[in-house]
Design a protein around this ligand. Structure first.
Ligand SMILES: [Zn+2]
Length: 343
């Protein structure tokens, strides 16, 4: 008896060592991001982005940024002696069979959603990105180009949808653009072909536009009655000018579950910001009349998030960087998990 246990232990240790040894480490150089670091190693950065973050969780700033000069583990795949392209494809196919699902709405590069957990199974999330269709939302100029709020809110919303799906949630993306997908550019091209779920033309008139999304969400809420349902609305503009606050989380004054959702996400952001930018977040119930319409009329418990302001130069730096959009989406998803699972 004693002997066989010993043998098994030795075997496990050897295997553990081998696994550690076989991971390549690279040093982050000045200006490196996760994507560029993976690319330099011949790894498809989009397929291995999540795997890289998981491997290096404790060595990242704000969950997604590298520290210059530090060593990072590279996901295992590139060590294969098979030509990189072949082995990437093979592994991508295997992964697809085993634990992934394809969602075309995320675009070719990002369509594969790998299953990370089943923590949100049975939960329903409605995600509404601000504006869309004929209404671009707030607009600004950056490097001689026009940028529009709705495109950035949509990109963050897609990234959030992908995170929630990876934890087993059912997600309704209420505003959709079938050919945008998740985009890794800084300047997101403006278009007007977004539709409302499942395929409705978005009206130009503001009241009609808000009414349309309220009705869509409330119809689905009715259909899914009895299930755990939450609504998250995302905007990239801000009503409170001149304040030193980046992100606002609003909720209905009378909704206890909405308040808990907003506060859970708020809490997650506060922790992430703690070291660098304290007091840059706010949660509460102040809203202008337009936004209040959506908060008041929709039936699921909800939070209304304003992620910076696209007109603000300082916020632009954060919002235009695709790694930052990914981080923002990931933090919201962590707040959603916190909300559901408690503390
Ligand atoms: Zn807006």
């Amino acid at each position: 008896m004693g002997k066989s246990v010993f043998i098994i232990l030795v075997f496990l240790c050897a295997k553990g060592l081998l696994a550690q040894d076989s991971l390549l480490t690279v040093t982050a150089e000045k200006g490196d991001g996760v994507l560029s670091l993976l690319r330099k190693q011949g790894v498809n950065p989009y397929d291995y982005y999540d795997a890289f973050l998981d491997l290096n969780t404790n060595n990242l700033r704000d969950s997604v940024h590298l520290y210059e000069g530090r060593q990072y583990l590279v996901p295992k795949i590139i060590l294969d002696t098979v030509p990189v392209v072949d082995s990437l494809q093979k592994i991508a196919e295997e992964v697809k069979e085993i634990e992934g699902d394809v969602f075309e709405i995320f675009g070719k590069k990002h369509e594969m959603v790998l299953s990370k957990s089943e923590r949100l199974i049975g939960n329903i999330y409605y995600l509404v990105s601000g504006h869309g269709g004929p209404d671009p939302g707030a607009m600004a100029n950056y490097a001689g180009k026009s940028i529009a709020e709705d495109e950035y809110a949509y990109d963050i919303t897609l990234r959030l949808a992908k995170e929630l799906l990876s934890h087993g949630a059912t997600v309704y993306i209420i505003i959709q653009d079938e050919n945008d997908g998740i985009r890794d550019e800084r300047i997101l091209e403006i278009d007007r072909d977004e539709v409302a779920y499942p395929n409705k033309v978005i009206p130009l008139n503001q009241v009609a536009r808000l009414k349309q999304r309220v009705e869509i969400v409330n119809d689905l809420y009715q259909k899914n009655r009895g299930k755990y349902q939450r609504l998250i609305v995302t905007h990239v503009d801000s009503r409170s000018k001149g304040e030193n606050i980046d992100v606002f989380f609003y909720h209905h004054a009378k909704s206890r579950n909405g308040k808990k959702l907003a506060e859970s996400i708020h809490k997650t952001f506060k922790e992430k910001y703690k070291k660098y930018q304290p007091n840059r977040t706010y949660s509460g119930t102040f809203l202008d009349r337009t936004s209040l319409y959506l908060v008041k009329k929709t039936h699921p418990a909800m939070t209304f998030i304003e992620i910076g302001n696209i007109k603000n130069k300082k916020d632009q730096r954060r919002i235009l960087d695709p790694d930052n959009r990914q981080a923002l989406a990931k933090w919201i998803s962590e707040g959603v998990l916190l909300d559901f699972e408690g503390e």
